[in-house]
Design a binder for this molecule. Structure first.
Ligand code: ATP
Length: 423
């Protein structure tokens, strides 16, 4: 395929998976083998760090990738660049599937794809001068002769906002922001098309951060670059991205044009993330939804929608006819019981706290009554299990994986994976 702009996205990822196999290290999971063979066998667990991810990146755009720590952003970035071998799926880079290429075949691709990491200090060899650091990738790819490499290194130092006279200085003679600029110059030296930027400004002060981001924007235009920009920081993502993908527990849950995502988030996880940003206007503070609970274990992600165990908009079970107030009260009670988040005075007080003015009739009412009895008898686990089995596990959110589907939008390319937006 031609490398010219033929309308084909520069990167198309289809159903990509990266699972890590690890021994659990827990004694419980040691299996006894009594058949006379090797006596002990450690159970292998699979961390589903990236689990069925699909998206495209167009030439010249910046796709922001945001999500809480541990959701799989770095693993996705590294797998796309084939620094990690995918477990399954396809990675079309400039029209060619690189998912199954071997090391030798990957060499050519490596020149076109670069990565910039968070910590500019540790990625620069302290014993090398910055000129030779910038020249290293050119050398590895046999580009130019020594004089040509030095000339280009000096040009690149200038392009990233450093003094080319500093060619002979060592990394420790530069500030954090300047060191990240050296990394940029090094990545650019082989004239790549695509750069994965993994939290490149997270270690920098806010003012320096903005300057480096602005330089990255300028370099993007000058060098025709496409970025996948990974950050847990929504303000950084908003500053730099054209479109934004939101990742949760190994999957992309929403992908939209930046302004659309920030102004009208569709997925409850995106809404929770956005409302967790401190609001300057105190009159709006009441509308904040703080993300509750911990991210579940990626070894055993929840069934159905992975966000449902923390979702403030969990859908009620179809079998029960609950109005909005009754469902909100049941959900709140279920969550509080799971977390033992209230002091137990007596049954009536608990009922008044969670169900004041709310009637829960019929079968769900009977379940709530039984759960209140268990709580009153100090049987918290039994109560939590009953509520979870009767309500949370019966929700469509637990029973079916929401499709990651295109929705109609202003820009025509908006994806969200949530049952709330389906028929
Ligand atoms: N080499 C590995 N072996 C086993 N598990 C791993 C490995 N690398 C990452 N993981 C696990 O995969 C999941 C995703 O990690 P990853 O670093 O990609 O997330 P992240 O969103 O980039 O988080 P952070 O911003 O904290 O780096 C985590 O549960 C992590 O513990």
């Amino acid at each position: 395929m031609s490398e010219a702009d033929d309308g084909e996205p520069i990167l198309r990822v289809e159903n990509l998976k990266k699972h890590f196999s690890t021994g659990s290290g827990v004694f419980d999971s040691v299996e006894l083998d009594l058949s006379g063979g090797f006596p002990l066998k450690r159970a292998v667990e699979h961390v589903r760090a990236v689990d069925d991810v699909s998206f495209e990146i167009q030439r010249g755009e910046t796709l922001g990738l945001v999500g809480e720590s541990g959701c799989g952003k770095s693993t996705l970035g590294r797998t796309i660049l084939r620094l990690l071998k995918p477990t399954d799926g396809a990675i079309y880079f400039k029209g060619r599937n690189i998912a199954d290429l071997d090391k030798g075949q990957l060499r050519r691709t490596r020149k076109d794809q670069q990565m910039i990491f968070q910590d500019p200090q540790s990625s620069l060899n302290p014993r090398m001068k910055v000129g030779p650091i910038v020249e290293e990738p050119m050398k590895a790819h046999d580009l130019y002769d020594q004089a040509g490499r030095e000339e280009r290194a000096r040009e690149l130092l200038e392009a990233v906002g450093l003094d080319p006279q500093h060619y002979n200085r060592y990394p420790h003679q530069f500030s954090g922001g300047q060191r990240q600029r050296i990394n940029l110059a090094r990545a650019l030296s082989v004239d790549p098309d695509f750069i994965v930027c993994d939290e490149p400004t997270s270690a920098l002060d806010a003012s320096i951060q903005a300057q480096v981001l602005n330089t990255m924007r300028e370099l993007q235009d000058e060098f025709n670059l496409t970025y996948l920009f990974i950050s847990h920081d929504l303000s950084v993502i908003r500053h730099i991205s054209d479109r934004v993908a939101v990742m949760y527990l190994g999957q992309i849950v929403e992908l939209a044009e930046k302004e659309e995502l920030f102004e009208d988030p569709k997925h409850p996880y995106t809404r929770s993330l956005l409302s967790a940003i401190p609001v300057p206007d105190p009159s709006q503070a009441g509308s904040r939804t703080i993300l509750q609970g911990d991210v579940p274990d990626p070894v055993n992600p929840p069934s159905g929608c992975r966000f449902r165990t923390r979702c403030p908009e969990l859908i009620p079970p179809d079998a029960y006819d609950l109005d909005d107030d009754a469902w909100a009260a049941v959900r709140e009670f279920m969550r509080a019981v799971r977390r033992r988040a209230f002091d137990l005075e007596d049954r009536a007080a608990v009922e008044a706290e969670f169900f004041d003015g709310v009637t829960v009739d019929g079968e769900p009412g009977a379940v709530v009554d039984e759960a209140l009895d268990h709580v009153a008898a100090n049987e918290w686990d039994t109560a939590a299990e009953l509520l979870t089995d009767s309500f949370a596990e019966q929700s469509i959110c637990a029973q079916a994986e929401p499709a990651y589907e295109l929705e109609s939008s202003r820009t025509g390319s908006r994806f969200a994976a949530c049952h709330l937006h389906r028929e």
